[in-house]
Design a protein around this ligand. Structure first.
Ligand code: BES
Ligand code: MN
Ligand code: ZN
Length: 498
C-alpha cells in the first residue's frame, strides 16, 4: 500500500524518484502552477518551454515526463495538467484529479513528491487524497505480473504552521484508505466475496477500529421475519446476511443510518439477465461497500455524530429453491410484495433494511444502491441520482456531493408513477411497475418502507459505482467507491452542527 506523508522542505532539496509539478492552460499557452518555483529555477526558467515542446498544454488528464535538471535531487520531473489557469487558483477537484493522474503514471516508482499547489489545508488534503486514490491498484489475482503502486507519496507543503498540514494529510489517509478498501471489496471476484465472507470482513474491520458489528445469519433472518433479504438470497448456495456496523460518539446529537445494497452477485435470478449484462454484476454490492467505508471513516475521523451502517447482503441466483416471478414475500415489518421480476432484487433487500433501521429512530436514513439500469440511461456512467422524501435533504446531499467532487443530480419521485408498481392485484405491493422512469419507480418502492417522520434519501449509484471504461483522474477501472466521500462529508457537516 502507498504511504502518505507531508514535508515542508523545498522541492530542490528533496530526495525522491520523481517530482510532480502542475501545469495549466494560460491565455498565452502553458503556465507552471504554484509550488513549482524551485523546480523551475533548477531548469533556469526553461521548464515551461521544454514541456510545451514535448506537447504539454496544461489540459486536465495530461502527464508529461522530462529528465530533471542538474541540481535537483530527483532524476525525473512529471508535469500533470490542471486545466484552465485562473487568478483564484485551482478547484480542489482539479488538484485531486491531477494528483491522481500523477500517482497512476508513477506506478512502480518508489518515492514521488507531489509539488502541486498546496497552500491551504483544503488544497493539501485534496492533493493527498487524489494521490492516494490514484495510486490504487487491485492486485489480488495478478501475482507477479500485477502493477506495483507508487510506494511513497510526499505532499510538499512548503509553509509555516505545518501542524494543520499534517492533520489534512491524516484526514486524506483515513478517507482514501477506506475508499480503497471499498474498491477492493467491489473488485473481489464473486466466488470469493459472498454474504458470509463480506460479513466476516466487516467483523474483522470492526474489531480493528473499535466498531460494534452485529451479523444476522440466515437462521436469525428467518426468525426475525426478513422476507425480502431471504427471498433474494434463497436461490443461492451462499445464504444472505444483514450486518449492522455501529459507530457512536458520546457527545453526538444526531444519528444517521446509512443502508447499502449488498448483492454480492446479481445474475437476475429466475428472471435471468442475458449474457452481456451480468459480467460486471459483482459490483452490485457497491452500496454496501460504500456505507461500510463511510462508517469506518467516520470512526477514524472521530466525528461527533452517530453513524450506523446496514449492509443488506445476498446473492441473487437462479435455482430450484430460488424465488419465482409470481411469489409473494412477507417483508420485515409485515408488508407483502409480489415479486414480478426477480431481477428487481435490490429494492427487496433494501426494504427490509430500511424498516429495521427505522426501528432505531435515526434522524436521517440514506440508502446507497446500484439499483437500476434506468438511472444509468438517465444520467450516464459518472453521475448518481439523488431522491428523497424531503426536498431539503435531496438538495443538501446533491450539494454535498458537488462540494467533494462527486457528480450527482436530484431526481423526483412523482406520485403518478406509484400506480402500476405499488398496485399488485394480490399483495400490498409489486416489486416492478412502469418501465418508463424505472429509477424513480424503484425509489418510490423504497419510500413505502420508510417510517413516518424519518427523513430519507436514496442514492442510485448504478452508473458511477463501477468504471468499465479506462481510468481517469483518480478513478481506476473497476470499483470506484462512489458516494463514500458524499456520505463522509455529510456526516462531518452534521457533526459540525450544520
Ligand atoms: N443491479 C441491477 C441494476 C444495475 C444495472 C446496476 C446496471 C449496475 C449497472 C438491478 O438489480 C436490476 O437488475 N435492475 C433492473 C430492474 C428492473 C427488472 C425493474 C433494471 O434496472 O433493469
Ligand atoms: Mn437485478
Ligand atoms: Zn441488482
Amino acid at each position: 500500500m502507498t504511504t502518505l506523508s507531508v514535508s515542508t522542505s523545498s522541492a530542490a532539496s528533496l530526495r525522491a524518484d520523481a517530482l510532480v509539478v502542475g501545469v495549466a492552460k494560460g491565455p498565452k499557452g502553458l503556465v507552471l502552477a504554484a509550488g513549482a518555483e524551485a523546480v523551475a529555477e533548477a531548469f533556469e526558467g526553461t521548464l515551461a518551454e521544454v514541456l510545451s515542446t514535448l506537447g504539454a498544454t496544461g489540459a486536465e488528464g495530461e502527464a508529461v515526463k522530462v529528465p530533471a535538471a542538474a541540481g535537483l535531487k530527483a532524476p525525473l520531473v512529471l508535469a500533470v495538467g490542471l486545466g484552465d489557469a485562473s487568478e483564484d487558483g485551482f478547484a480542489a477537484e482539479a488538484l485531486r484529479r491531477a494528483a491522481g493522474v500523477a500517482a497512476r503514471t508513477l506506478a512502480g516508482v518508489k518515492k514521488a513528491a507531489l509539488v502541486l499547489p498546496a497552500e491551504s489545508a483544503e488544497e493539501i488534503e485534496a492533493v493527498a487524497l487524489g494521490g492516494l486514490l490514484g495510486s490504487y491498484a487491485f492486485g489480488a489475482y495478478k501475482g507477479e505480473n500485477g502493477k506495483t503502486p507508487v510506494g511513497e507519496l510526499v505532499v510538499l507543503a512548503p509553509r509555516k504552521g505545518s501542524k494543520d498540514a499534517k492533520a489534512a494529510v491524516d484526514r486524506a489517509a483515513a478517507l482514501g484508505e477506506e475508499m480503497n478498501r471499498a474498491r477492493d471489496l467491489v473488485n473481489t471476484a464473486p466466488n470469493d466475496l459472498n454474504p458470509k465472507s463480506f460479513a466476516a470482513i466487516a467483523q474483522a474491520a470492526g474489531k480493528e477500529h473499535g466498531l460494534k458489528v452485529e451479523v444476522l445469519d440466515e437462521k436469525a433472518l428467518l426468525k426475525g421475519g426478513f422476507g425480502g433479504i431471504l427471498g433474494v438470497g434463497v436461490g443461492s448456495a451462499n445464504p444472505p446476511r444483514l450486518v449492522k456496523v455501529a459507530y457512536t460518539h458520546p457527545k453526538a446529537k444526531t444519528s444517521l443510518a446509512f443502508i447499502g445494497k449488498g448483492i454480492t452477485y446479481d445474475s437476475g435470478g429466475i428472471s435471468l439477465k442475458p449474457a452481456g449484462h451480468n459480467e460486471t454484476m459483482k459490483c452490485d454490492m457497491s452500496g454496501a461497500a460504500a456505507v461500510f467505508a463511510a462508517v469506518v471513516a467516520a470512526k477514524r475521523l472521530g466525528l461527533q455524530v452517530n453513524v450506523t451502517a446496514w449492509l443488506a447482503l445476498a446473492e441473487n441466483m437462479p435455482s430450484g429453491t430460488a424465488t419465482r416471478p409470481g411469489d409473494v414475500l412477507r417483508m420485515y415489518g409485515g408488508k407483502t410484495v409480489e415479486v414480478l421480476n426477480t431481477d428487481a432484487e435490490g429494492r427487496l433487500v433494501l426494504a427490509d433494511a430500511i424498516v429495521r433501521a427505522g426501528e432505531e429512530n435515526p434522524d436521517v436514513i440514506v440508502d446507497v444502491a446500484t439499483l437500476t439500469g434506468a438511472m444509468v440511461l438517465a444520467l450516464g456512467t459518472r453521475t448518481f441520482g439523488v431522491m428523497a422524501n424531503n426536498d431539503e435533504l435531496r438538495t443538501r446531499l446533491h450539494e454535498t456531493a458537488t462540494a467533494v467532487g462527486e457528480q450527482s443530480w436530484p431526481m423526483p419521485l412523482p406520485a403518478d408513477l406509484r400506480k402500476g408498481m405499488v398496485e399488485s392485484t394480490i399483495a400490498d405491493l409489486a416489486n416492478m411497475g412502469e418501465r418508463m422512469g424505472g429509477g424513480l419507480v424503484a425509489g418510490l418502492f423504497l419510500k413505502e418502507f420508510v417510517a413516518e417522520g424519518i427523513d430519507w434519501a436514496h442514492l442510485d449509484i448504478a452508473g458511477p459505482a463501477f468504471n468499465e471504461g479506462g481510468p481517469f483522474g483518480y478513478t481506476p477501472k473497476g470499483g470506484t467507491a462512489s458516494a463514500v466521500r458524499t456520505l463522509v462529508r455529510y456526516a462531518e457537516d452534521v457533526a459540525a452542527g450544520a
